[in-house]
Design a protein around this ligand. Structure first.
Ligand code: OGA
Ligand code: MN
Length: 253
């Protein structure tokens, strides 16, 4: 996105980059769903997209059947990066992950075409650990988080190109061993699982996340037209798994 467009969007987003259904959810998730606008410089955005473009272009956009979580996408798992990109990813690691957290050995790169979108889901606890951090490139988008037990509790994140979002359990809470993987349309987690987090709130485990399709892409009153969007997503390793072992990940982790 050109600098002037970015500025225009920033000016329009007078309400900041996070909206919520009410003050309670906003304060509950204040440290668990974080947006850092302008995390990347224009040069860093350019570095990443230039490096990713040739790899992505080799793939076709996929339009899966109705129950798939992601529509109109192509993706890659990337573990070899240029030095310049590695420096950027190290900044992400320092900003989003604790010193004791190990990252998955490959970074998930997801390219959504302008009509592409991601349906509500919770990343599988089998394949991903407690923290998810994503850089957004090219187009702004809206990520919506909805509480899996209380659908009236939601948060929306305005993700501009160059921004970083971080979803984590608040205050170092970890998932209980009986936590379940939520796929779209599946029942809510075991009540005992939910209660573990209910005091503070975990954007990672208690809320589903989605990227809105173009027609629904509004931040409050503000229309946020969706173009092609690339995300670069770093995830921590599930607890108790060695690096590189998680195996094949389903599309929405
Ligand atoms: C996913 C996902 C979000 C993004 O791939 O599981 O939620 O920022 N992606 O692309
Ligand atoms: Mn996800």
């Amino acid at each position: 996105m050109a600098g002037s467009e970015r500025l225009a969007l920033r000016t329009l987003s007078g309400q900041g980059w996070v909206r919520g259904s009410g003050p309670a959810v906003l304060s509950r998730l204040r440290d668990a769903a974080v947006v850092r606008p302008g995390f990347l410089s224009a040069a860093e955005e350019e570095t990443l997209s230039r490096e990713l473009e040739p790899e992505l272009r080799r793939r076709r956009y996929e339009y899966d059947h109705w129950d798939a979580a992601i529509h109109g996408f192509r993706e890659t798992e990337k573990s070899r990066w240029s030095e310049a990109s590695r420096a950027i990813l190290q900044r992400v690691q320092a900003a989003a992950f604790g010193p004791g957290q190990t990252l998955l050995s490959s970074v998930h790169v997801l390219d959504l075409e302008p009509r592409g979108y991601i349906k509500p889901h919770v990343d599988s606890i089998k394949f991903c650990g407690s923290t998810i951090a994503g850089l957004s490139l090219l187009s702004p988008s809206i990520m919506r988080l909805v509480h899996t037990q209380e659908p009236g509790a939601w948060l929306e994140l305005l993700l501009e190109p160059g921004s970083l979002y971080i979803l984590s359990p608040d205050s170092g809470l970890h998932p209980p061993s009986q936590a379940v993987c939520l796929e779209p349309g599946l029942p809510s987690p075991h009540p005992a699982t939910a209660s573990v987090f209910s005091r503070r709130g975990s954007a990672r485990y208690d809320f589903s996340h989605e990227i809105l399709r173009d027609e629904e892409s509004f931040f409050g009153e503000q229309r946020v037209p969706r173009g092609r969007r690339i995300s670069v997503i770093c995830r921590s390793l599930p607890e108790g798994v060695g690096p590189g072992e998680p195996g094949q990940r389903p599309p929405a982790c």
